[in-house]
Write a new protein. Structure first.
Length: 303
């Protein structure tokens, strides 16, 4: 390995200012280099080229996919970013990357896993069936996946400003980590739509996500939608989740309450009629009240 060579960082600037001037054969040589910094530089150049014209990068897509399992984290990140720029128009070419992209959703660095999540989200729109075989990995990510630890507030009042600044600096990582889990949850919704029986077998394993008070609302809402698709296919199969759905009739987010109501309706749970009547009388949101009343009436009429 020759590390005396100069890393051609000027190409990164050229890719941003004049991407047409980039010689892709030169970039292919960088991706084949033994030195990870060279490979990472090639990937950074491809980001600039792909932003301008994704079609030009198609010829190197297999080389980019190979870089997803780099030991050098920032290279994994740039590879995922390139693939996210290709996924919308060339999902079929990026699809072979799905196993490694899913694995990279648990990357230790929030930015790195977020960039993989962006590619996964786009692929799930066009090829949801490709994620069925990764159901267990997605559930494991939601239940036990990496998170950004929140520091404890200091007892010393003089350190509160320092604590607030620390929390401010962590905000982007909190957002990226939450977005990654949201993508995983939404992909599971697509899996449940494709193969509800597969999610039926794993429904109980997902319930801890609903009982996590720190979970972001869209993740809770997506898990409830998984339950809804299971209930739509087989109302009895959702029985293990009924208590969790009833609890979320009092969720502090309107979206989650509404989705819990719909799921209870698809599950046709007669024990939900009275709780739904209560929601219809007391929920602060008019649309939720109407939905609860309609759902209670429907369950009662079909009991």
């Amino acid at each position: 390995m020759n590390r005396t060579k100069e890393v051609p960082l000027h190409l990164v600037d050229t890719a941003k200012s004049d991407p047409d001037a980039i010689d892709l054969e030169e970039i292919e040589a960088l991706l084949d280099d033994d030195w990870e910094e060279m490979r990472n530089t090639g990937l950074k150049v491809l980001v600039g080229v792909a932003v301008d014209d994704p079609d030009r990068v198609v010829a190197l897509v297999d080389d980019v996919i190979d870089c997803l399992d780099e030991s050098y984290g920032i290279a994994r990140s740039h590879a995922a970013l390139v693939l996210s720029l290709l996924a919308e128009d060339h999902a079929d070419l990026v699809e072979p990357a799905i196993p490694q992209l899913v694995e990279n959703l648990t990357d230790e660095t929030p930015m790195y896993r977020y960039r993989s999540a962006r590619a996964v989200a786009l692929l799930a729109e066009s090829t949801p069936g490709s994620f069925v075989e990764h159901t267990d990995e997605l559930i494991e990510l939601l239940v036990d996946g990496p998170t950004v630890s929140k520091p404890n507030p200091p007892d010393d009042p003089s350190r509160r400003a320092e604590f607030q600044e620390q929390m401010k600096q962590l905000e982007p990582d909190f957002a990226r980590s939450a977005a990654t889990k949201e993508v995983a949850a939404n992909v599971l919704v697509e899996v449940a739509r494709e193969d509800p029986a597969l999610c039926t077998e794993r429904l109980e394993a997902l319930l801890p996500v609903l009982r996590n008070d720190d979970e972001v609302p869209h993740v809770r809402g997506a898990v409830i939608d998984v339950i809804r698709y299971v209930a739509t296919a087989d109302s009895d199969a959702s029985d293990v989740a009924i208590d969790a759905l009833l609890e979320h009739l009092e969720d502090d987010t309107t979206l989650v309450r509404a989705r819990a109501i719909r799921a209870l309706g698809f599950a046709e749970i007669t024990d939900a009629i009275e709780p739904l009547r209560t929601v219809a009388e007391s929920d602060p949101d008019e649309d939720v009240r109407d939905l609860a009343a309609e759902t209670a009436d429907w369950i009662e009429a079909n009991a």
